[in-house]
Structures are given as structure tokens and as C-alpha cells.
Write a protein that binds this ligand. Structure first.
Ligand code: GTP
Length: 369
């Protein structure tokens, strides 16, 4: 079975994390996000991957190469302008053989049972099957209405409450018959959601509802939530074993000074140094090669690779991207996101979802909100 993974988007809602790093390569629990998608595919026997790319393709290519180091076969197709979700599949047509194949949005963390999805699709002889997930606020989404036997009867775009009789939304995972590619116009922007699927209603379009774990990591809030869920093992990933029974995952070569505290669930990447008097957790991920100095506290936050937190820094519900440095006593809280290699001086207060762009320098004591 082959899977096309859509990774061409700019990831604007996840900025500044996606300004220098494409969303699929943004680390989730210290691994590029899309490598979790590959693990999931592989665990269901899907080992041929086509990456449909556009924005910043080089990092993905150089990381995965031909895929052999990851136990899969990988091909790449780069579009010269965004073609939309369906256009991006049309563009990889030469890699698709006759029969069924999978299409996945490259920003979804899920433990969906792909075998059940494929069985459902095959039993019905479907042209296309959309995996569906329930949501608590159906007014914010496009809803999918199902008839008997799971056939899709229609779509409701961002409905009002009185129109709602389902809470199932498109989960960004599809099984398609190769013939469906023939419905997609070549060379123009075209989407499954607004183009292909509405045209397929009544012609073999099915929906497969599932209550599997599902999270798109497209915003900083959801990126943090996906980490909390991994740390609490609400979703099984390759780091679940490392978290073990005590929910503390300390990778190789970490230097934990005496008097440094880890509060589970917590994960510390290889080679990091946690100095005496620092406290990491609960709900914290520290990336590889970080230095967390004395008195610093990290809670409900993600610190990516190679960051330095000087003394008595406090980080809560926030994200600090690769290679950033934060000075003494600075408070980073309430949804703040510090971009790659930014340098934040001492005695700042970064809060209220503030976004610091990559490589920015903020002098000591300049921001206080
Ligand atoms: P936002 O800009 O924050 O909306 O993020 P995004 O660019 O990733 O868009 P969205 O979340 O809607 O995309 C869902 C998935 O489809 C992501 O994995 C994208 O990488 C992918 N995607 C979206 N548009 C395209 C496209 O034009 N070409 C390709 N190849 N992939 C796309």
C-alpha cells in the first residue's frame, strides 16, 4: 500500500515555528513531526511513501533520503506553486499504481486503525473513503453527513447549531481508488474538500467514523496539546516506551545535576544539561542539547533543540524554538512563542500569545506584558 503525504503547506498558523522549518519537520516529542506519521503508517504495513511538497522541501528530503534508514521507500515531488490538497495528489500521479492508495494531511497526529479504514473501503467497493473524527464544537468545521452504511450524503460548512445533526468532521486521511485522480484537473489549485468530494457524493463516497486519537498540530495551542497527550500517553508514539511507568523519559547523555528536579510527565532530550535547582515538569519537553540553568522552571511547555535558559527563567504554557537563548529571570508564559535562534535578554516578561520572530534580539528589560 502506498501513501501520499501532503506536506506542501506554509503552516502560517504555526508561525513563527514554521518560518525556518517546514511544519512536517517541526519537532514533536523531539522527533520531526512527520516521522510520527511514518511510524504510524509503518505499523500498519504501509511502507511506500510519496511526499507531495512545496514550501521548504529541502529539510524533509535531506532528513528522510530514500527512506531506507526509516524502513520505508520514499519518493518526493515538489510543486512550483501551491496546488491545493487534490492538485497536490494529481501532481504525484506518476507514482500511483492502479488500485487503492492512502492520502494523508501531513500535520495530523493520530492512532487511527488504518487496517479497519482500508477494510471498510474495500468491503463497500468505495471510490473514496474519508476518515472522520468527532469534534466538540461542530460550528467551527465542515461537517460530513452520513447515510446508511456510511455513504456520504452531503457536507455542511461551518453550520449554525440548528443545522447540526452530526459532529463528524473530515480527519484529513483518505483512501482513494486510483481512478479518482482522473477527476482532478491538472496544473491548477484544487481541493478534495471543496472540489473532489462534493462531486463524488452519491458516486461511491463513504465516511469512516472513528473515535481514535486525532490532533492536527497546526496552531501553537494544538502543538502544545499534542505534546501533553504524548506525555500522558493518550496517544501511542515511539516515545511511549521511554516514558515507561514513571512518565519520565530521560534520553542518552543527559546531565542531571544533583538538586535538579523532574516532575512527571516529562521528557529530556539527549545531551541536555539540567543544573541544580532547576525544575522541569509537569508536562514539559526539553529538546536535545539544551542547557537549563539553576533556578529555572519549565511547566506545560516545549523547549526545542539547543536552547539555553539562563538562571531563574520561568516558562509556562509556552514554546521556545531551536537554538533560542533566554536571559536571567525572564518570564515566558501564557502562550508565548519564541522563534528559532532568538535571543531574549534578562528581566523580560513575554506573555499573551506574543510571537518573537526567529533571530530577533530583545534587550534586557524591554518587554513587560
Ligand atoms: P496553515 O497555513 O496554517 O493553514 O497551514 P497549511 O499550509 O499546512 O494548510 P492546511 O493546514 O490547510 O493543510 C493541511 C495539509 O495539507 C498540510 O499537511 C499541508 O502541508 C498540506 N497542504 C495544504 N496545501 C497544500 C498544497 O497546496 N500542496 C501540498 N503539496 N500540500 C498542501
Amino acid at each position: 500500500m502506498k501513501a501520499v503525504i501532503l506536506v506542501g503547506g506554509q503552516g502560517t498558523r504555526l508561525r513563527p515555528l514554521t518560518l525556518g522549518t517546514p511544519k512536517p519537520m517541526v519537532p514533536l516529542a523531539n522527533k520531526p513531526f512527520v516521522s510520527h506519521v511514518l511510524d504510524h503508517l509503518k505499523s500498519h504495513g504501509v511502507d511506500e511513501i510519496v511526499f507531495s511538497m512545496g514550501y521548504l522541501p529541502e529539510g524533509i528530503k535531506s532528513y528522510f533520503g530514500d527512506g531506507s534508514a526509516f524502513g520505508v521507500k520514499v519518493a518526493y515531488v515538489v510543486e512550483d506553486r501551491p496546488l491545493g490538497t487534490a492538485g497536490a495528489v494529481k501532481n504525484v500521479e506518476k507514482h500511483i499504481q492502479d488500485g487503492n492508495f492512502l492520502v494523508l494531511n501531513g500535520d495530523i497526529l493520530t492512532d487511527l486503525n488504518l487496517k479497519s479504514l482500508l477494510d471498510f473501503h474495500q468491503q463497500r467497493g468505495a471510490a473514496a473513503t474519508i476518515a472522520l473524527t468527532p469534534v466538540s464544537d461542530p460550528t467551527a468545521y465542515g461537517l460530513v453527513k452520513l447515510g446508511d452504511d456510511g455513504e456520504v450524503t452531503g457536507f455542511l460548512e461551518k453550520p449554525s447549531w440548528d443545522q447540526i445533526d452530526t459532529n463528524l468532521v473530515n480527519a484529513g486521511t483518505y483512501v482513494l481508488k486510483s481512478e479518482v485522480i482522473g477527476m482532478i484537473p491538472a496544473g491548477i489549485e484544487y481541493s478534495f474538500e471543496r472540489g473532489v468530494f462534493p462531486r463524488l457524493v452519491g458516486k461511491g463516497l463513504f465516511g469512516f467514523g472513528s473515535s481514535a486519537y486525532w490532533m492536527d498540530i497546526g496552531t501553537p495551542e494544538k502543538y502544545l496539546q499534542a505534546h501533553y497527550d504524548i506525555l500522558e500517553k493518550n496517544v501511542k508514539t515511539s516515545v511511549s516506551d521511554c516514558l515507561n511507568k514513571d512518565f519520565i523519559c530521560v534520553e542518552d547523555g543527559v546531565k542531571l545535576e544533583e538538586g535538579a528536579k523532574l516532575v512527571p510527565p516529562v521528557m529530556i532530550g539527549p545531551g541536555s544539561v539540567i543544573k541544580a535547582g532547576a525544575r522541569i515538569g509537569r508536562m514539559a519537553v526539553v529538546g536535545p542539547g539544551c542547557v537549563i540553568d539553576a533556578g529555572s522552571i519549565i511547566e506545560e511547555s516545549v523547549i526545542q533543540e539547543g536552547c539555553v535558559l539562563e538562571k531563574n527563567v520561568s516558562v509556562k504554557r509556552s514554546i521556545i524554538a531551536r537554538g533560542a537563548r533566554v536571559g536571567d529571570r525572564t518570564v515566558v508564559t501564557a502562550g508565548a512563542v519564541i522563534g528559532e535562534e532568538a535571543v531574549v535578554g534578562a528581566d523580560n516578561i513575554l506573555a499573551n500569545n506574543i510571537r518573537i520572530y526567529p533571530q530577533t534580539t530583545i534587550q534586557a528589560g524591554t518587554i513587560k506584558f
